[in-house]
Write a protein that binds this ligand. Structure first.
Ligand code: ATP
Ligand code: MG
Length: 568
């Protein structure tokens, strides 16, 4: 490709709404352009990267025995009504009507459609296990689309679904998908981590997320530096922290205007870890109280799974709280509360703590559970924090941020049951197949690669997904016939060998060409200028390491061969 013809409009300035490097650099480098909130046009360079990632995903899934299909983006409502999700999906699902006023949605995911397909094409247990995937546009009306391709509304996802007669068969496919995801990310050239994850509202079985490690990641990961243990903070098991504080008498004290743990802790001179906070959330029949140590944060995913609590978790409004317990937030506590209470392990381990007295502007001090607040069965409802021990006993947890690019989990029989898929096994018994579900964000991965592979000058694509392998910069070619003919000859030769090459033949100053080349990040650069050519030399630069080398023209092909096979 010749740059003079390529639509790759580079920009000096970042777009005003861009906060993270991948968004800034993909727009500045002319890879993508915004159409509307959370939707992007892919320009030729961006599309090339997207397709490369897509192909790596496809290769690894095909190798693992999955079969590619293609399902529609516009889905009829009746399938979603059948599974019971039409009413529970909420505003993330974009709904529309056709000319006959029939309801449809734009695919946010594909469980219903694939389950419907399978019940119509599978006639015998001999056809299972079956593992189907497609790579298709998804639309989710995200509450906060942001970070360019990372959290968009329209995006490209690979979603896969497997169907099994028994658990063993499911486990085998799950492991095969786990391995395929690992292989994909390695092939792309990313540093990643597979972590235990919360399956969300999709089930309660095994679930793993694949995270590309990067500062801009929206998720926090906790892992043990000395073992295999790694989990999304949403899921990481929090240890119980013991307390050896002496048992004191309970007392009630005035705490005027002290509505937060910070304020109460300052006013009473008691560390925040010895004060408990009592949060009120919506429950199935009545509000439910959640009690944590003052220095700990509630983990909404964990709490949302507890019996009696509405899922997803929602906090009760001030009005609902006052209606239920006649005291406003800031003075609530577990002593004589009169609501169902869940207490986190570390709050339950405290002796002689401070809590709201359920009377406006009053707190209790020296509270002890069994004696004053009744017996509690502790639960894990907090986020792990710096200093917590890993649940496998391997030592303190470390923390990193990650971008979730893949999520694999067990669906069980949720859809085969609700959509009535039965198959007869070899003994003639009706069986409901067990399903697995495997998602991979193809377009999000474009952003994840940039987050991990960039510097202050621009992107540095790994070879496997770079839009082109070689970038030839012809310096001042309009003034030097030698430069023009040599650059064209090298370009033609590389093309003939099947190398993906971009020739910067534009009438731009060398400074502009260098800056654009750094920005768009093609791994191998050849700079062809008059000065070097006088000595029969072109300059090679490796984008990622910055390493430069003068190469004799006669040796160029051989040199590039070595370089392109030896670097990632
Ligand atoms: P998240 O927690 O980031 O919202 P999710 O749990 O909703 O993700 P899944 O439904 O498991 O995601 O979708 C599978 C994959 O699709 C994700 O792992 C991610 O890579 C990608 N994905 C999900 N939502 C988006 C989005 N808004 N923009 C780009 N990619 C996305
Ligand atoms: Mg989501």
């Amino acid at each position: 490709m010749k740059a003079s013809q390529l639509i790759a409009p580079t920009l000096k300035e970042a777009p005003a709404d861009a906060e993270v490097p991948s968004h800034i650099l993909l727009v500045r480098g002319g890879f993508i352009r915004r159409l509307a909130t959370g939707s992007y046009n892919y320009l030729p360079l961006g599309l090339r990267v997207l397709k490369k990632i897509e192909n790596i995903v496809r290769e690894e899934l095909d190798r693992a025995g999955a079969q590619e299909i293609l399902m529609p983006v516009v889905q009829p409502a009746n399938l979603w009504q059948e599974s019971g999700r039409w009413d529970v999906m909420g505003p993330e699902m974009l709904r529309l009507k056709d000319r006959h006023e029939r309801d449809y949605c734009l695919s946010p995911t594909q469980e219903e459609v694939v389950t419907d397909l399978v019940r119509r094409v599978i006639v015998s247990y001999k056809q299972l296990p079956l593992n189907l995937y497609h790579i298709q546009t998804k639309f989710r009306d995200e509450i906060r689309p942001r970070f360019g391709l990372m959290r968009s509304r329209e995006f490209l996802m690979k979603d896969g679904y497997s169907f099994h007669l028994d658990e063993d068969s499911f486990e085998e496919s799950y492991q095969a998908m786990f391995d395929a995801y690992s292989a994909m990310l390695e092939k792309i050239g990313l540093t990643y981590r597979a972590v235990d994850a919360d399956p969300g509202n999709m089930g309660d079985g095994d679930s793993h997320e694949f995270h590309v490690l990067a500062e801009a990641g929206e998720d926090e990961l906790a892992f043990s530096p000395t073992s295999d243990y790694a989990a999304n903070v949403e899921k990481a098991v929090a240890p119980r922290i013991e307390d050896d504080h002496a048992v004191e008498e309970m007392a009630t004290v005035d705490t005027p205007n002290a509505k937060t743990i910070d304020a109460v802790s300052k006013l009473l001179g008691v560390e925040s870890r010895r004060c408990v906070k009592t949060l009120i959330v919506r429950g199935e029949s009545e509000p439910v109280a959640l009690v944590l140590r003052g220095d700990h944060e509630l983990n909404e995913a964990k709490a949302g799974r507890l019996p009696g609590i509405l899922r997803p978790l929602e906090f009760a409004s001030d009005e609902e709280i006052i209606a239920a317990i006649t005291v406003s937030p800031g003075s609530i506590g577990p002593v004589g509360l009169g609501l169902p209470v869940y207490v986190d392990h570390s709050a339950a381990a405290l002796n002689s703590f401070v809590c709201g007295a359920n009377v406006e502007e009053k707190h209790h001090t020296g509270v002890n559970w069994d004696r004053d607040a009744g017996h509690v069965e502790p639960v894990d409802i907090r986020n792990v924090v710096e200093g917590d021990q890993a649940v496998d006993g391997s030592g303190p947890l470390a923390f990193r941020r990650g971008i979730e690019v893949g999520h694999i989990f067990k669906l069980g029989t949720k859809y085969t049951e609700s959509m009535d898929v039965t198959i007869q096994d070899d003994g003639g018994n009706d069986i409901m197949p067990i399903m697995g579900c495997y998602g991979f964000g193809v377009s999000r991965t474009v952003a994840a690669v940039v987050e991990q592979c960039h510097d202050e000058n621009g992107i540095a694509w790994p070879d496997a997904v770079a839009p082109y392998a070689v970038h030839i910069l012809a310096l001042n070619a309009h003034r030097s016939a030698d430069v023009a003919t040599t650059a064209t000859a090298v370009y033609e030769r590389l093309l003939a060998r099947g190398v993906e090459v971009l020739l910067d033949d534009r009438d731009e100053r060398p400074g502009v060409k260098f800056a654009d080349s750094d920005l768009i990040g093609i791994p191998h650069r050849l700079t062809i200028g008059d000065r070097g050519l006088k000595n029969g030399i072109v300059e090679y630069t490796h984008r990622r390491t910055g390493e430069k080398e003068d190469v004799e023209l006669a040796r160029l092909d051989e040199f590039l061969n070595e370089r392109m096979s030896g670097s990632a």
